[in-house]
Design a protein around this ligand. Structure first.
Ligand code: ADP
Ligand code: MG
Length: 711
């Protein structure tokens, strides 16, 4: 330990003499201002540069670190496709080869090429006389990161293990398990690593976990050393778990706290009679599925109770969530309350409104539409005695969230496609004066871990069954070369009276370009089908234009709708049976699943045609094959999550996952459950967080900006 080991986590980096002014500036530009900021930034991964071996000496079954030169690289196929690199160590005989194989990691193909030097870590297996490593960790050795030295280490002696006392920063980059950090602009990888090393060496022996300590049995100080400069992989793993647990706990604790605050919170007693609901059900040409009935019953029980409802309604695309929500709204209205539904887009609000108007036409229920563009109070005109507080169903966009528009006498708020709004907006409703019941709906199913993470403060109802009257959906992957046959097929469907969506991934870099490409797509289809009426829908149309385009398509006046992803969510035209998606590989899986959900909504057999130039084995193609394989939205969500990570699937900003360092824990159910249990145990024992050792937790929940810390 250095003699001046006095640093505390809260100390400012600017106090330290060994950081140059230039580095300090770069660090602070990336929000590193204190010792904690640096030390709590855990490595993205590690590289074991300790024991590199000659390829010629590799043995089946051992896990090794290798310095290799890539001789060739390409796609292979045996029982499944994989990307293979054949490599050897410089200075070794040409025949000493090892074959690195990556399965289900198509991005690797984009990174590796013949001639590169790479460092590799993984388990050697012998297949058919070849030494192979499946899915190894690897790094491309670039100039900065001591490429030369690495090769030397591979060939020759291994420098002695540095110790904590040894502040010679030269031995922290090689010949050990080396931490690899996410890049910080203006600070080289080496100098950031050196900075961490120095800070650790000068850290006061008294340093403990900031705030609440999630794992007191494993000293925080030790965990810091283990996470940055582990002596063994096990140590790094253990330390990462500790930090991931802290993050997970922090998140689960906040959610558990919220849940306890809202659970049992006084709310309104509604849904005591169901005349309207029965009337609606009688008028439907079908009956609710068992799953829908169960969900309605769960929601009703919440509404009848004197506590506020906070419930999430999950279900696959087309499972009939909207109808369940309407049932709940009727229950509220019958109890003399207003019910509001908030949709993420104008199109959807209009659609819900029209849909409800049709469903409720024989019934004595008031219905209004409120969006930023228009207010449609049909009964306001019809009835001179109109009063704002009369119970009604209001459908709107987020404009409804603003205070001046917030409905009076609100008994139930339904929020459609919650993740487009975000947690803060949901809370606006939950906390609005009247304590309305709140029902949240998701557009796409989300993986279970994310449900717990994002909606852990809500009770959950799942519609796990599709209505029986649905026509089959066939999904096919086609290349543009097969267009002739596709067009012939489209013709037969049009002749049978069906309708068609054609969707393109218009990247709206500029307004004019987006319009131009939508327009040229329209021109193209007009040429192909000169006798059909074709509509065009894109985001730049005004609300009225969008509405009239949708009305024409819904009524069957236009047969083909050329669109951007505006039709992605919720649009409901049961007569449409073909969804043709151009450049399908440009979309995310969940988005494609949503688009496919636009067809198969009636009794006709439907066809989702995924057009893609992606070749067999390319990343985009594998993704599309998932869609061909399954119609199950929950399965697709898991896959999307695995391929893109939670941030990209949900949008980090809205989902509140922006600051998450350990995205991998999001797929680790055990960690989430442990954090969940720990949080519950604390709140059981100390519900108001009055004990001194829970002060940091109190800070965490009492301030929206999370001043309390957890380590
Ligand atoms: P989601 O919002 O879950 O994607 P919707 O609520 O839009 O699904 O419902 C899709 C379509 O299925 C709508 O046309 C709706 O009227 C219809 N529908 C809903 N429930 C049933 C049911 N039980 N049986 C038959 N059709 C139903
Ligand atoms: Mg819906």
């Amino acid at each position: 330990m250095a003699p001046d080991a006095t640093l505390q986590l809260a100390d400012e980096l600017s106090r330290l003499d060994f950081i140059t002014a230039r580095e300090l500036k770069a660090l602070s530009a990336s929000s590193f201002t204190t010792v904690a900021d640096v030390l709590l930034r855990v490595p993205r991964r590690y590289e074991d540069r300790r024991f590199t071996k000659p390829v010629a000496s590799l043995v089946n079954g051992e896990t090794v670190s290798l310095m290799l030169h890539v001789y060739s690289a390409g796609w292979r196929f045996s029982y499944k496709r994989y990307f293979e690199v054949s490599a050897g160590a410089e200075g070794e005989p040409y025949g000493a080869r090892v074959y690195l194989r990556w399965f289900n990691m198509p991005y690797v193909a984009k990174m590796l090429a013949t001639g590169m030097n790479i460092s590799v870590y993984g388990k050697v297996k012998e297949y058919a006389g070849k030494l192979t490593i499946s899915n190894p960790d690897f790094e491309i050795i670039e100039d900065e990161d001591t490429g030369h030295r690495l090769v030397e280490a591979a060939m020759g002696g291994i420098p002695s293990e540095p110790t904590e006392e040894n502040e010679n920063t030269d031995c922290i980059h090689t010949a050990r398990i080396v931490p690899i950090y996410r890049g910080i602009s203006g600070v080289t990888a080496r100098s950031f690593r050196s900075l961490v090393w120095r800070l650790l060496n000068r850290m006061a022996p008294t340093v403990t976990a900031p705030g609440y300590d999630v794992a007191p049995a494993y000293p925080f100080r030790e965990a810091l050393w283990d996470v940055h400069f582990p002596r063994e992989h096990e140590a790094a793993k253990k330390a990462r778990m500790r930090f991931a647990l802290a993050e997970c706990f922090r998140q689960q604790f906040t959610v558990a706290w919220k849940r306890r605050q809202t659970q049992g919170r006084p709310g309104q007693v509604t849904a005591t009679s169901d005349g309207y609901l029965q009337e609606l059900l009688q008028s439907l040409p079908f009956s609710l599925t068992h799953a829908q009935q169960r969900c309605v019953a769960e929601i009703r029980a919440d509404m009848e109770s004197s506590c506020q409802m906070n419930r999430l309604l999950q279900g696959d695309v087309g499972s009939g969530k909207t109808l369940v929500a309407l049932c709940a709204m009727l229950l509220a209205v019958e109890s003399g309350k207003t019910a509001a539904m908030i949709a993420p887009t104008q199109i959807l609000a209009e659609q819900h409104y029209k849909n409800f108007r049709r469903l409720l036409q024989q019934m004595d229920v008031r219905l209004s539409l409120r969006t930023s563009d228009r207010a449609d109070d049909s009964d306001m005109i019809a009835e001179p005695g109109y009063a704002n507080h009369l119970p009604r169903i209001i459908v709107g966009t987020h404009a409804l969230l603003y205070k001046k528009n917030r409905p009076h006498n609100l008994g139930l708020a339904v929020i459609d496609e919650q993740h487009k709004f975000g947690v803060a907006q949901r809370e606006k409703f939950i906390n609005s004066g009247e304590n309305p019941d709140v029902l949240v709906m998701t557009a796409t199913p989300i993986p279970r871990t994310l449900t717990l993470t994002l909606y852990g403060d809500l009770d959950v109802s799942v519609i796990d069954e599709l209505p029986a009257n649905r026509g089959e959906i066939v999904t096919a992957l086609r290349s543009p070369g097969q267009m002739k046959r596709i067009i012939a097929f489209m013709k037969t469907e049009l002749e049978a009276g069906r309708q068609i969506y054609i969707v393109s991934p218009l990247i709206e870099e500029s307004e004019t370009r987006a319009q131009a490409s939508a327009l040229s797509e329209l021109e193209k289809w007009k040429e192909i089908f000169p006798h059909e009426s074709i509509g065009l829908l894109h985001g730049r149309l005004s609300a009225e234009e969008k509405e009239s385009v949708m009305t024409q398509f819904r009524s069957g006046e236009t047969k083909i709708l050329v669109a951007t992803t505006v039709v992605e969510v919720g649009v409901d035209v049961p007569n449409a049976t073909i969804m043709l998606i151009n450049d399908a590989d440009a979309f995310g899986l969940s988005q494609l699943h949503q688009l496919r959900g636009r067809i198969g909504r009636g009794c006709h057999k439907s066809y989702c045609i995924l057009l893609s130039k992606a070749k067999e084995g390319e990343p985009g193609r594998e993704k599309l094959q998932v869609l061909c394989r399954t119609l199950n939205g929950f399965e697709i969500a898991e896959e999307d999550f695995r391929l893109r990570g939670p941030g990209d699937v949900l949008g980090t900003a809205q989902s509140g996952l922006g600051s998450v360092q350990f995205t991998e824990w999001l797929s680790d159910m055990r960690l989430i459950h442990r954090a969940n249990r720990d949080a519950a145990a604390i709140l059981d024992a100390d519900p108001a967080l009055e004990q001194p050792r829970h002060a940091a937790l109190w800070e965490l929940v009492a301030h929206a900006d999370g001043q309390g810390t957890v380590g």
